[in-house]
Design a protein around this ligand. Structure first.
Ligand SMILES: NC(=O)c1ccc[n+]([C@@H]2O[C@H](COP(=O)([O-])OP(=O)(O)OC[C@H]3O[C@@H](n4cnc5c(N)ncnc54)[C@H](OP(=O)(O)O)[C@@H]3O)[C@@H](O)[C@H]2O)c1
Length: 320
């Protein structure tokens, strides 16, 4: 099939293009920068240059590709957060831009897809820290999202909800929103690279377990997230899907294992009140109250198979 990929040069896009090409698809990859066209070519796609926030440029880029499927992998999260921004993620410039990509750019891509007669739209969403803080430790697509998230997570939740509603209700084809778990693996914030955004503070023992560390996280290796996306390009009905591994686990279990995989000392532990003071309300809630997600629907309906079914194996073998 002909596929238009917005975000071809990103963490997910770089893993996805080769998988799509290996499955026999023809990929046009969008980037803002003329200088990144060679990267797109080296991955196996034809580059097209456009700014996702410019509706005319997006319409033209999509029209030139005549795609059957559009994939939206646009984010802007790579900048390093200051401590103040970590306490108030809603003020992080990358989060503000990402919200625009999840709302405005989604609208532009959807309009362009409809105009060219595309029949499927697959978009990156995010699954972690969004469930209502009630019920068991592992929840599904049918369970409610937090109606009252911590203030710092409210705009993120709103942007993701906007994207999910817009994508999954298209009338001209199937619209799938993939709620990825927290990425790890090459190029992501959890990798062996010395400057990996989350790995670096763990190595410096500046990433403590807050309270009982009972918040449950769902991880996903970036290659497995790309594999789920590649199958979602070909099949699956409109809706949201959790793209997470088989092994949701509390912070107190996975963080020491990750520190060990990074050759770091075990994480420190701090009480909840100190966590609130040092890291803020949102981080404290994540580390103590987050719920994990089940990947049953994605496996059943998309026929997705994981290379790293558990972060236990993935942290040990897949960070490099
Ligand atoms: N689920 C997760 O855990 C998750 C999800 C997302 C990101 N992250 C983390 O965030 C970090 C990297 O994130 P990132 O979002 O900066 O970068 P990224 O994953 O490298 O991708 C951003 C993509 O969006 C494109 N893009 C952004 N704004 C655009 C615009 N206005 N017009 C056209 N294309 C645009 C970029 O293209 P060009 O730059 O080529 O124009 C690039 O292809 C990693 O550490 C990763 O682990 C984690």
């Amino acid at each position: 099939m002909k596929i238009f990929l917005a975000g071809a040069t990103g963490v997910l896009g770089r893993a996805l293009v080769p998988q799509l090409v290996a499955r026999g698809h023809e990929v046009v990859g969008m980037t803002r920068s003329a200088s990144k066209q060679d990267l797109v070519r080296s991955l196996g796609a034809r580059p097209v240059v456009a700014d996702a926030l410019d509706p005319d440029a997006v319409a033209q880029a999509v029209a030139s590709a005549e795609p059957e499927v559009i994939v939206h992998e646009l984010t802007s999260l790579s900048g390093r957060m200051s401590l103040r921004e970590a306490r108030h993620p809603e003020r992080f410039s990358g989060a503000i831009m990402t919200n625009r990509l999840r709302t405005e750019a989604t609208d532009h891509l959807l309009a362009a897809g409809r105009a060219v007669g595309a029949r499927r739209f697959v978009a990156q969403s995010f699954g972690a820290f969004r469930f209502a803080r009630a019920g068991g430790p592992v929840l599904t697509e049918a369970d409610p999202l937090d109606p009252d998230p911590p203030a710092a997570l409210r705009t993120v939740q709103e942007g993701l909800l906007y994207l999910e509603r817009a994508v999954t209700t298209i009338e001209w084809g199937e619209g799938l929103a993939l709620r990825y778990g927290g990425f790890y693996g090459p190029g992501t914030s959890i990798s062996l690279a010395p400057d990996a955004v989350m790995a670096a503070p763990i190595r410096k023992r500046r990433f403590p377990i807050i309270g009982d560390g009972g918040g449950v996280f769902s991880h996903i290796h970036v290659e497995d997230a790309a594999a789920a996306t590649a199958v979602a390009v070909e099949s699956g009905r409109s809706g949201v899907y959790y793209v997470v591994d088989d092994d949701p686990a509390p912070v107190r279990e996975w963080l020491p294992a990750l520190a060990s995989a990074l050759d770091a000392k075990p994480p420190r532990r701090i009480p909840r009140w100190l966590g609130r003071l040092a890291a803020g309300e949102a981080a404290t809630v994540m580390m103590t109250e987050a719920r994990g997600a089940s990947n049953e629907k994605a496996k059943r309906e998309l026929g997705w198979q994981l290379r790293y079914p558990s972060w236990r194996q993935g942290f040990a073998q897949g960070l490099g």
